[in-house]
Ligand binder design. Structure first.
Ligand SMILES: *Cc1c(COP(=O)(O)O)cnc(C)c1O
Length: 421
């Protein structure tokens, strides 16, 4: 039996309707930008396996650092102990994070990084004797699938069974360069009617919405508005962090800095799951006190797992190297050139790019997981490129180590795909 057949016996895949889509492709190996299936066919991983392996799959430098760590210290409880990998990682992160960030709290995936951020914001006010229970978030945001994170997400078309159990969230549109004034007025109205603990947002790029890019000046004004009203701001950089937008963090494009930042995905370069919620010293200090009850009583068993920390330290070293920084610039320029090449194509409605992220909206209407998406997915895989279109949006986010030749193959495959839609 093939792996594909054995898979069907006991496995349950995420985001999948098994009745209509019973098959999953079995990948047996990955190296650099390439995935290899059980029949020996290879695919360029043009979305870095959900924006994680930005330094290529099974990167030799990162795997050797992780292997070394595995032989020295595998796992230790982080509530009572500390260790060198966590300390080194915190130092490396504080050097590159926005300047107001000073504390590193560990989680194990993007959703729980958001969950911890929500709890931090609520308890920050609680510890100060204020009861605040609502949040503000952007329309079409995505922040994860646990209850708090799911509440913050408005891409909740599939959240029907859970809607009655979600937190209170007020939604505002993303700034598009023309609507900032209206958004600021809307925020004022919300603030006057409810006690708001925080504003959560994906800075500049809404990933799950289809790599939608918004206006940085408008975002800056919105953040300033929250700051001046004493409301905490939470940047969900789970997707945008670690170089994707051309800077270390998307928040680096905006002069007003968030109070809390959520990180995961590229943090550990696709090797092992880990996430971080960082915050300012002011927030951290609100949890100090004589009683344990004012402390942050939130913990995951694998918090600050030394092996995951080792992967993250090695990844940050690579991110800071000239070689990777030059690649990011090269990819960003190639994206711009490809955009101007296809933007007048009759099947193309619009294109956008920032850093290594490129998205193309097709001149069609399509459901998020509908027939067009299936057709495109099959076409791309047939042509040896792994892309995961959403609705009528095709987007790419290749590993920083993608070669010029591999990148051109991705572009030409997309161009060919325009003829079948
Ligand atoms: C992927 C993602 C999450 C959720 O992370 P998981 O590790 O899948 O739980 C949260 N926020 C954003 C912006 C994401 O892209």
């Amino acid at each position: 039996m093939t792996l594909k057949e054995r898979d069907k016996k006991h496995l349950w895949h995420p985001l999948k309707q098994h009745q209509t889509h019973p098959n999953s492709l079995a990948i047996v190996k990955a190296k650099g930008c390439h995935l290899f299936d059980e029949e020996g066919k290879s695919y360029i991983d043009a979305i870095s396996s959900w924006y994680t392996c930005m330094f290529g799959h099974c990167n030799d430098y990162i795997t050797s650092r992780v292997a070394e760590q595995m032989k020295t210290l595998d796992q230790i409880m982080f509530s009572d102990f500390t260790h060198q990998p966590a300390i080194e990682l915190s130092e490396a992160l504080i050097k590159i994070l926005p300047v107001n960030q000073n504390r590193i709290f560990f989680n194990d995936n993007g959703s729980t990084a958001v969950e911890a951020a929500i709890k931090m914001a609520l308890q920050y006010y609680f510890n100060k004797g204020e009861k605040r229970s609502s949040f503000i978030a952007f329309e079409n945001g995505f922040h994860g699938d646990t209850f708090g994170a799911m509440s913050m997400s408005s891409l909740s078309v599939y959240n029907g069974p859970f809607e009655d159990f979600l937190m209170t969230i007020h939604r505002i549109p993303v700034p598009d360069g023309t609507n900032t004034e209206a958004i600021l007025n809307q925020i004022q109205t919300i603030i006057e009617s409810d006690l708001i603990a925080g504003f959560i947002y994906e800075p500049l790029v809404q990933g799950a919405a289809g790599m939608k890019i918004h206006d940085s000046d408008g975002l800056n004004e919105i953040l300033n508005c929250f700051k001046s009203n004493g409301i905490l701001t939470i940047a969900d950089e789970v997707m945008t962090g670690f170089g994707k937008t051309g800077k270390y963090f998307a928040s680096d494009h905006v002069s007003t800095k968030p109070d809390i930042i959520c990180l995961s995905k590229a943090l550990t370069a696709g090797l092992v799951p880990m996430a971080i919620t960082s915050c300012t010293e002011t927030i951290y200090k609100a949890f100090l006190g004589e009683s344990i009850a004012t402390g942050f009583m939130h913990c995951h068993t694998y918090s600050a797992n030394p092996i995951a920390c080792a992967a993250a330290i090695a990844a940050i070293e690579l991110l800071q190297s000239d070689a990777i920084q030059n690649n990011i610039t090269r990819i960003a320029n190639a994206h711009k050139a490809f955009e101007s090449k296809i933007q007048n194509h009759p099947k193309v409605k619009s294109t956008r790019s920032i850093g290594v992220i490129l998205a193309i909206d097709l001149n069609t209407t399509a459901e998020r997981y509908g027939d067009l998406r299936d057709k495109l997915l099959v076409f791309f895989m047939k042509n040896g490129v792994f892309l995961r279109p959403l609705g009528n949006t095709i987007y790419i986010q290749p590993p920083y180590v993608v070669t010029e030749e591999e990148l051109q193959k991705v572009y030409s495959t997309i161009q060919k795909a325009l003829d079948i839609v």
